[in-house]
Design a protein around this ligand. Structure first.
Ligand SMILES: Cc1cc2nc3c(=O)[nH]c(=O)nc-3n(C[C@H](O)[C@H](O)[C@H](O)COP(=O)(O)OP(=O)(O)OC[C@H]3O[C@@H](n4cnc5c(N)ncnc54)[C@H](O)[C@@H]3O)c2cc1C
Length: 452
């Protein structure tokens, strides 16, 4: 669809890239190369005024609007065919003020962590540094520190939002409290967040790394993990993964590409706790890579394996119990994993993340103990079918053992599951949506329909 990009270009200070631009293909590329969307234009906003002008222009022209922070969304919800992409990557400033960080809506996690680290502070975020703070935060934000410091949203204290009518509001527990509630788990449904304010935690160097076990031990390790970790103090974070060893340093050559079960450990503080000592003494690992590591280094340690441009198909669920039958499913599917990057992770979300009520924020799965993701991943588009089929079959086989609904940030475009993603909070979210975005201008997301 032809769109007059000139009209938009004169309305904003940032650059506008239309389909005729020589860098259009680079500009429209998303992290997940399985998604190939062709927007009418991409506007690189530099401030709130640009965002408001872009929203106004999109509405006037009848264009669907997508909001892009890091472009990591698995379903490609940071872009839209024949519509307008509001790209926030130029708005990536991170400013530290005491124990607070003010973070631009387009900052990447690694931008945030590098800056907070200079002050001996950190924020609990996702495990890959190139993810955008925007999508990650608004969906919840699970990571290495969830047991210790809560979800990313649990550390959000304020936000600046450009609403569908172009007005700019500040929101926190006192100002526009319903909006503030909805932003913490309700995704990009309510407006464009141009700045987040987070409360930070003291943490500089942590004890972290993977402990890898032979696939024959995967079931025993998972049986141990499901009992051990929930009984430990919050300071110890461990997630369980079924992973193939990356074919490169720092892993020894004899382990390259070997299928393994992994305990991925993060302990706040440099002194090994009794809990961590006990964890590291379990079973007979192939490798124990736990050691002191600065937080930003640890939080980007997997970026090389999961670099932009791979094909991704994934499914995310919440888990309250891991029965033996579920463990059998995990092991069976990992034995037939189609590509070495394809994986399953079970992130612990008990501890601090579970001590918030289901109705205190829009994220209504505080009763879950784990956030589970199954991901088919490979650089070769020829394998797109195989990784998709594997992921779907695997996640279908796990259905009896997961909660209804699922984590919006780990979902593909799955309209039938959207209501469940917001669980018991859906109806309240729909009321707030009707107040802040009655025309559903922000609908390129796991969409909440405005209440009638
Ligand atoms: C390799 C990889 C690792 C991941 N690891 C984790 C993890 O450890 N923990 C975890 O919780 N999740 C993780 N995720 C999932 C991630 O949180 C989601 O994919 C999230 O949507 C990515 O955010 P983004 O800003 O990069 O995405 P984008 O594609 O830019 O945006 C995604 C959605 O968020 C909305 N949005 C983004 N920014 C804003 C904003 N400023 N204002 C309003 N709406 C906005 C948009 O509406 C869009 O629908 C991972 C994803 C990948 C690909």
């Amino acid at each position: 669809m032809a769109v007059s990009v000139e009209g938009l270009a004169s309305a904003v200070k940032g650059r506008v890239v239309g389909a005729e631009a020589s860098d259009y293909d680079d500009s429209r590329a998303l992290f997940n190369a399985m998604i190939d969307k062709r927007p009418a234009a991409i506007v690189y906003c530099v401030d709130e005024g640009d965002v408001a002008a872009a929203i106004g222009y999109g509405r006037e022209q009848g264009l669907p609007i997508a909001i892009r922070s890091g472009g990591h969304n698995g379903a490609g919800l940071g872009s839209v065919d024949d519509g307008l992409v509001i790209d926030l990557s130029q708005m990536n400033q991170v400013t530290i003020d005491g124990e607070l960080a003010r973070v631009g809506g387009g900052a990447l996690l690694k931008d945030v962590l590098e800056t907070t680290h200079q002050h001996g502070l950190t924020l609990p975020v996702g495990i890959i540094g190139t993810t955008g703070v925007g999508g990650l935060t608004l969906g919840g934000g699970i990571g290495h520190f969830s047991r210790t410091m809560g979800l990313t949203i649990d550390n959000l204290v304020a936000a600046t939002v450009v609403l569908a009518d172009g007005s700019v509001v500040q929101t926190d527990a006192e100002r526009e409290p319903d909006l503030f509630w909805a932003l913490r788990g309700g995704g990009g449904n309510f407006g464009v967040v141009t700045e987040f304010t987070f409360r930070l935690h003291p943490a500089s160097v942590v004890l972290a790394g993977p402990v890898l076990y032979d696939l024959d031990d995967a079931a025993d390790v998972l049986r141990w993990y499901r009992e051990f970790v929930p009984a430990q103090p919050d300071e110890l974070g461990i997630w369980y993964g079924l992973v193939s060893v990356p074919p490169g340093p720092p892993f020894p050559e004899e382990l390259h590409l070997r299928k393994t079960a992994a305990l991925v450990v993060t302990q706040a503080g440099e002194e090994e706790s009794a809990a961590l000592r006990e964890a590291r003494s379990f079973g007979t690992p192939l490798l124990d890579g736990v050691g002191p590591v600065p937080v930003p280094v640890w939080n980007t340690a997997f970026d090389g394996v999961y670099s932009p441009g791979d094909q991704w198909y994934w499914r995310g669920d919440f888990v309250e119990e891991i029965p033996d039958d579920a463990i059998d499913v995990h092991v069976r599917f990992h034995e037939s994993v189609p590509t070495w990057k394809s994986t399953m992770h079970l992130y612990s979300i008990d501890g601090a993340a579970s001590r918030v009520g289901n109705d205190e924020t829009a994220w209504g799965y505080r009763h879950a103990k784990w956030g589970q993701v199954v991901a088919g991943v490979d650089p070769d588009p020829a394998n797109a079918g195989a990784i998709t089929e594997w992921c779907r079959a695997y996640s279908d086989a796990l259905k009896p053992y997961v909660l209804e609904g699922g984590y919006s940030n780990f979902a593909m475009d799955e309209p039938d599951r959207v209501r469940g993603m917001y669980g018991a909070n859906y109806d309240r979210l729909a009321q707030i949506k009707a107040q802040y975005d009655p025309d559903n201008v922000f609908r390129v997301n796991q969409n909440i329909a405005p209440a009638a």
